[in-house]
Write a protein that binds this ligand. Structure first.
Ligand SMILES: Cc1cc2nc3c(=O)[nH]c(=O)nc-3n(C[C@H](O)[C@H](O)[C@H](O)COP(=O)(O)OP(=O)(O)OC[C@H]3O[C@@H](n4cnc5c(N)ncnc54)[C@H](O)[C@@H]3O)c2cc1C
Ligand SMILES: NC(=O)c1ccc[n+]([C@@H]2O[C@H](COP(=O)([O-])OP(=O)(O)OC[C@H]3O[C@@H](n4cnc5c(N)ncnc54)[C@H](O)[C@@H]3O)[C@@H](O)[C@H]2O)c1
Length: 475
């Protein structure tokens, strides 16, 4: 029997995904001793089964779509010859290229002790991983989430994919049924229809139901135009058939048939292996219970990222890590906020949001709210590139943006400016004062700020009077 090892670092990080890696590398480089546990793949969901593979597949799909739609640019369109397996090899290549950055070797070089095993609490301040017992000063749980597999009758009788298996597939699905019309469902629906699959999305409520319906409608119209069948108010309640011929029945009696099935119905927190009870760590339905500083009900332990049950994005996990680093390493009280956190769904057109949506802003600010809107159709670069679908909406209260919503080309890139503005409580005048290079889609943001000032400047009798007076006095 192997002997039990004992470690007493400053910090134990459980989970080497988006949150855990930022936490471990930040802490070790600032002088803390750090042990990092990873039971599965270094890099977690984002690198191996989430953001990176999904965005790589979307890039293959975009290449196919452009071949089929180049005619308006004076270049003959061709029917793309898609090699699904090769597209998945492109996905694997993207993962492999990023992998070294998240690797055990890199973290060991930084000075982190990496243990490739699952961690389990054995007391309120000790965690066991394999044959090692770690008793650190502080613990950060960053164990992420897994695909939710709901108990739909018959699901266990047919083969199905989740985000954990989809990117290992090499055989192209002839007709992909996707249960769930959230970001995973919609991104993968468009990617697959562009790669030549038939696609049906079966959504129990509204597709892209978390987003402003006005923006979501533009994305959904585009997906439908491209051939994705989107069934809404269609709660999957029974599954039958066999490999290659799967049937999904919904509560209202509809039936959908396809060759393959992808489940994208949300996430569940990875807490099963942790024995949280042993450490007095309470949970909610969504994940580990934390206060606004991300501290759990055990004062030595913090929870960050997906497992903390709030917004589930890579940039949130790393933001959480930075908040906790301040608290643990420097003793600076730090709180995690959500108002300045953007998110984007990488369909084409993309949809991005930061701060309050229009509906949320109306509720919060009533008559003080002003909403400004700029269409992509008026942007010169969008016209040159035939990307005129979409718009920006800015929600403004007393001269400062409280939310921005963008649907259109590169919305995910464009939202960064508003994330900066909201995080730093910038004024619309500061955004209007920015000089954006011409011709860029980014000018849409400046135009959004311009829309705020135009009526104030151009339809203002006082301004006209002042200008008149000044002109009379000027030599
Ligand atoms: C298909 C898909 C696409 C996505 N696309 C985007 C996107 O475009 N942009 C975006 O911002 N977000 C995206 N996300 C969400 C993003 O992947 C997650 O929010 C992010 O990975 C969460 O990071 P995390 O550190 O909380 O967890 P993870 O990255 O999942 O890391 C958790 C790690 O902990 C390990 N672990 C679990 N239990 C234990 C234990 N007991 N002991 C030791 N190790 C353990 C796991 O093996 C895992 O490696 C996507 C998700 C999916 C599924
Ligand atoms: N671009 C991005 O940043 C990105 C991309 C993908 C995923 N993600 C993250 O991953 C998380 C999970 O994504 P997701 O799409 O799996 O989850 P989700 O919770 O956002 O959407 C799941 C959808 O499935 C539907 N649903 C649930 N049960 C159903 C049933 N039985 N029949 C039919 N429909 C059903 C729900 O109504 C919901 O609309 C997201 O919330 C997001 O945080 C982010």
């Amino acid at each position: 029997m192997s002997e039990t090892k004992r470690l007493t670092p400053d910090l134990l990080v459980i989970g080497a995904g988006s949150g855990g890696l930022v936490m471990a590398s930040g802490a070790v480089q600032m002088g803390a001793s750090v042990v990092l546990l990873e039971g599965h793949e270094m890099g977690g969901d984002c690198l191996n089964f989430g953001c990176v593979p999904s965005k790589a597949l979307i890039a293959s799909a975009k290449a196919a779509y452009q071949q089929a739609h180049s005619e308006p640019f004076g270049v003959a369109s061709v029917t793309p010859k898609v090699d699904y397996a090769a597209a998945m090899e492109h996905v694997a290549h993207a993962i492999a290229t990023i992998e070294p950055h998240d690797s055990q070797e890199r973290f060991e070089k930084l000075g982190v002790t990496v243990i490739r095993d699952y961690g389990t609490f054995i007391s309120d301040r000790e965690v066991k991983a394999g044959d090692t017992i770690i008793k650190p000063r502080r613990i950060v749980i960053a164990t992420g989430s897994s695909p939710l597999v709901p108990p739909i009758p018959g699901l266990d009788t047919v083969p199905y994919d989740t985000n954990e298996t989809l990117f290992d597939r090499r055989e192209k699905p002839e007709h992909l049924l996707i249960i769930g019309g959230g970001p995973i469902g919609m991104e993968m629906a468009q990617a697959h229809v562009r790669l030549g699959c038939k696609v049906t999305v079966i959504e129990g409520a509204k597709a892209m139901g978390q987003d402003d319906p006005e923006l979501a409608a533009i994305v959904l119209d585009q997906l439908r135009d491209e051939g994705v069948e989107i069934a809404e108010d269609a709660q999957a309640s029974e599954i039958g058939g066999k490999a290659g011929a799967i049937e999904v029945k919904t509560e209202d009696g509809r039936s959908f048939k396809g060759s393959h099935l992808l489940l994208a119905v949300g996430r569940k927190p990875n807490i099963d292996r942790l024995a949280l009870d042993t450490a007095g760590i309470e949970t909610t339905k969504r994940g580990i219970k934390t206060d606004s500083a991300l501290r759990t009900t055990n004062r030595r332990v913090y929870a960050i990222g997906d497992v903390a049950g709030g917004l589930q994005f890579t940039h949130v996990a790393s933001y959480h890590a930075n908040v906790v680093i301040r608290s643990i390493l420097f003793g600076i009280p730090s709180k995690a906020r959500t108002t300045h956190i953007p998110h984007a769904t990488y369909t084409d057109p993309e949809l991005a949001q930061v701060g309050l949506s229009e509906a949320e802003a109306r509720k919060a600010h009533g008559g003080n709210l002003e909403v400004f809107r700029v269409d992509y159709a008026g942007n010169d670069r969008a016209i040159a590139e035939r990307k005129t679908t979409g718009f920006l909406k800015v929600m403004v209260v007393r001269g400062r943006p409280v939310g921005a919503s963008i649907v259109g080309a590169q919305a995910g890139e464009q939202i960064g400016l508003w994330a900066l503005a909201i995080a730093n409580k910038l004024k619309m005048s500061q955004i209007a004062g920015m000089v954006a290079p011409y011709p860029t889609l980014g000018e849409i943001n400046k135009a959004g700020a311009g829309a705020y000032f135009s009526p104030r400047l151009f339809d203002n009798p006082l301004v006209k009077k002042i200008v008149g007076l000044v002109q009379r006095w000027l030599p």
